[in-house]
Write a protein that binds this ligand. Structure first.
Ligand SMILES: C[S@@+](CC[C@H](N)C(=O)[O-])C[C@H]1O[C@@H](n2cnc3c(N)ncnc32)[C@H](O)[C@@H]1O
Length: 236
């Protein structure tokens, strides 16, 4: 199992995930009204903790053994260790699966089996993955949405875009979620969830770049030493 993430300061890395979730989860509940949720690459469990605040009691988060369990925001039995670079043994289905800003960290050869895992977990997958040039620690596989949409399409899942337009100007949501957070679901799920049907994409979700992403890329290019200190600070 990879140990590259062992020295990462998760509190610094995931600062803003909870605040973002507070804003985005009500939209997700409005769209899907889940009673159960799984988060693949949940970090400290920020998104599941907010789902629980909104009454979703049945939650499970997967992440690596390097996550400091004493800092989890979900209960210990709600967290399971997994190496997402290996296929996950899926034991049950959930109303919704989240996979947020994780896919780009996994090796490219793992992309197909990550998507297989997500579709095995739920009919509705809320998915956010870094675009090319986004930057971040240990990014192995930054891709435009088309790449992921094609992998989901292989399983009959279609794309909807119910969040990005509504979150685009929310400064209390981190720009990577505003830019990247879309939804892939089965056609049956579209019938059950009108919001997903109404926001269905013609093909892949639009490849968008948020001004926050551009600002960061320009700042990092102008001040590479500062950028290096920032990322090394997070990696300790
Ligand atoms: C950028 S963080 C996102 C965390 C969370 N989804 C959020 O949005 O707050 C990426 C997460 O992916 C997890 N991750 C990356 N590679 C992994 C692997 N091979 N196995 C398990 N988890 C992994 C990291 O530990 C980290 O929690």
């Amino acid at each position: 199992m990879s140990t590259d993430l062992e020295g990462v300061d998760y509190a610094a890395w995931l600062a803003g995930s909870g605040e973002s979730a507070e804003v985005a989860i009500p939209l997700l509940i409005e769209a899907v009204a889940p009673r159960s949720a799984v988060d693949v690459g949940c970090g400290l469990g920020h998104w599941l903790a907010v789902l629980k605040e909104h009454g979703v009691k049945d939650v499970l988060g997967y992440d690596g053994p390097w996550v400091d369990r004493s800092r989890l925001l979900i209960a210990p039995p709600e967290f399971a260790v997994a190496d997402l670079n290996e296929p996950l043994a899926v034991k049950r289905r959930f109303d919704i699966a989240l996979c947020l800003e994780v896919a780009q960290i996994l090796v490219a050869g793992r992309a197909e089996s990550l998507v297989e895992t997500l579709v095995a977990l739920s009919d509705v997958v809320v998915f956010s993955a870094a675009v090319p040039g986004q930057g971040g620690i240990l990014h192995e596989n930054e891709q435009w949405p088309q790449y992921w949409a094609e992998l989901f399409a292989d399983h009959g899942y279609v794309a909807s875009d119910p969040f990005r337009l509504r979150l685009w100007e929310r400064d209390d949501v981190r720009w990577w979620f505003r830019q990247n957070m879309v939804c892939y679901s089965t056609l049956e799920a579209l019938e059950r969830h009108p919001v997903l049907a109404e926001t269905r994409c013609a093909g892949a979700p639009l490849p968008l770049v948020h001004p926050g992403c551009l600002d960061q890329a320009r700042g990092d290019a102008a001040e590479p030493q500062r950028a290096r200190r920032h990322w090394l600070g997070i990696r300790r």
